[in-house]
Write a protein that binds this ligand. Structure first.
Ligand code: C2E
Ligand code: MG
Ligand code: MG
Ligand code: MG
Length: 277
């Protein structure tokens, strides 16, 4: 039982904490099995031009279907993969899978669009990360311009100068960078200015009530002005209704992503959104 009488500093774990720790341990073990048994797959969610309504890109999103537990959300297992270091292996796999899929679509004659893959801080901390990405692209036979890496503000805070150098290297190699979940972390404007970014994704928490909450509307509006001043494209996340879409159009966002156009879907369903070549 938890014990804290002020005289000693140690505490025993409460039964509840114990249960959580056990669940984590179980998930970690399951996740290792999942990698080996190929229970992981990649879904793709279109990014859409606000003006034309056409698909301009897509984001790769990891899916885990466990034979007994069913669908496990990346919001649950990615943090565990990050803590245990499994994210490096999983992250490499998602990158390779996405690049191979894009190359396959291209070989099938589709006019492909850039494909965005989410990164974790831990991946950026591998000092050979830029070289790994280049190798994956080369092995897949995919031009670097078709790859976008999504990074977050908090990632940048934790990886510091060396992380920035890796990102600059990747940018020089032709890979594009997007800043994900913008507005939820802390990034100073000076830092933003120095980043080799192509686009900025406004977090869905600001988009959700954009029509009814003037504060959210102001935040999105100001973010779009800032982004455009820095020559960045703006993508609104989590657009679910026509009213939200009309609103972000008014605020000059170029691109959106959300259930209104499409949920994340398996590769086989993506092809209907490619334009005829
Ligand atoms: P994210 O990168 O910000 O991805 C957007 C999330 O919003 C996805 O959740 C997507 O399914 C969801 N979403 C898209 N449109 C809508 C909408 O209109 N309404 C609502 N309510 N949600 C929408 P998902 O797939 O569950 O992924 C959650 C997070 O897990 C991602 O957030 C990302 O941070 C992480 N993640 C997913 N796949 C990977 C991966 O391969 N590597 C890494 N490092 N992280 C990943
Ligand atoms: Mg993302
Ligand atoms: Mg996002
Ligand atoms: Mg988000």
């Amino acid at each position: 039982q938890a014990k804290d009488d002020g005289r000693n500093n140690f505490k025993f774990y409460s039964p509840d904490m114990n249960r959580k720790a056990l669940e984590r341990l179980k998930l970690e073990t399951f996740l290792r099995v999942a990698i080996v048994q190929q229970q992981l797959s990649v879904y793709y969610q279109p990014k859409v031009s606000v003006l034309s309504g056409k698909m301009t890109g897509m984001e790769a999103l990891l899916r885990w279907q466990h034979p007994e537990l069913g669908f496990i959300s990346p919001a649950v297992f990615i943090p565990i993969a990050e803590e245990t270091g499994l994210i490096n292996e999983i992250g490499d796999w998602v990158l390779r899978q996405s690049c191979l899929q894009a190359r396959l679509w291209q070989a099938q004659g589709y006019d492909i669009v850039p494909i965005a893959v989410n990164l974790s801080a831990r991946q950026l901390k591998q000092d050979n990360f830029a070289a790994r990405v280049v190798t994956i692209l080369r092995e897949a036979g995919l031009d670097a311009h078709y790859l976008v890496l999504e990074i977050t503000e908090s990632m940048l805070m934790s990886t510091g100068e060396s992380g920035l150098q890796i990102l600059e290297q990747l940018r020089d190699d032709g890979v594009r960078l997007a800043l994900d979940d913008f507005g939820t972390g802390y990034s100073s404007l000076s830092r933003l200015k120095n980043l080799p970014l192509d686009s900025l994704k406004i977090d869905q928490s600001f988009v959700r009530d954009i029509v009814t909450d003037p504060n959210d509307a102001s935040i999105v509006s100001a973010t779009a002005v800032l982004a455009h001043a820095l020559n960045l494209k703006v993508t609104a996340e989590g657009v679910e209704t026509q009213e939200q879409l009309d609103f972000i159009r008014m605020l000059n966002c170029e691109e959106y992503q959300g259930y209104l156009f499409s949920r994340p879907i398996p590769a086989s369903e993506v092809v209907k959104y490619f334009l005829p070549d």
